[in-house]
Design a protein. Sequence first.
Length: 77
Amino acid sequence: MCLGIPGVVVKKLSDMEALVDFGGVRRVVDALLVDVQEGDYVIVHAGTIIGKIDKEAFESIIKTLSELTQVNENERP
């Protein structure tokens, strides 16, 4: 199964790289496939930005991931 992670572009470093924030964790990722600017909401898979999303989609994905994490933690023995 593949999972794209939502993040926010903090800084475009070059045409090929961007610094993306994933809820406080920042990583340099490949930005070659999608033209991004600072403040863009993006989906990152395997270290590569694969698409831009709007703020509402970003917030919805974060909410769903948070809910899944809570369910998982509640089911642990």
